[in-house]
Design a protein around this ligand. Sequence first.
Ligand SMILES: [Zn+2]
Length: 268
Amino acid sequence: MKTLVVLLPCLITFLYCSSVPVTGRKQLDLVPQSQLLALSAEQYKQFLDSSKVIKGTPEAQMVERVAGNIELAVKKYFDYQKMSSRLDGYSWESNLIEDSSANAFAMPGGKTVIFTGILPLTENETGLAVVMGHEIAHAVANHGSERMSQLLLVQLGGMVLSDALNKQPEITRQLAMVAFGVGTQVGVLLPYSRLQEAEADRLGLIFMAMAGYDPRAAIPFWQRMSQRDRVNIPEFLSTHPSNDARINNISNQLPEAMGYFKGRKEMQ
Ligand SMILES: [Zn+2]
């Protein structure tokens, strides 16, 4: 029995494994894309229904414009990587909501939410592209799906999503909210794992650069977040990953992204 408990996760990892687009890292996948996108769309709608969505203001238009530009960049990048099928079933959408938290999140299927509270920190359209690029990178690198798979493994013994939804619908929906980063307490405020954050930073810089936004804006943006965190976020939440380590990491990732910004990379 003990052996089984030890072996089961390894076996599940072996049977249900896919790779992160672009970086090629192997990730646990207990969640078929079609079910994942359906669950994500349902939760996105619920979140918007319970939020104050802002439409038609210059800020709301900016959010839609940046999301549209990053979406085009992502499609171009995936096309170039011959991975366009990974975006099948996506239904891209972005909304600005009235909420003073300095937060944002993106869900599987390309659905993003920007909170008005983060706009003073993004300062302008390029700063918003830093956040949008980062959050959309989490979505297209399947980080929500990976986190959902890990939660299914730990909380429900590795049940695949369809079984979990049938047998434990309430718990499964709650796990999905956490996995997808839905709500005011997660998103930017409660990061993914260090590895996933580094991946999202790297891809986000490339996507924003391809969309025509200067990726060097990421450094001052995360410095402003860091400044704010020192004042507002409890120590236990602010340290993972540390903003200094992130800024350092982004400095190392910038030369790659600048290649896309200056259009030197051959994308045909
Ligand atoms: Zn993140």
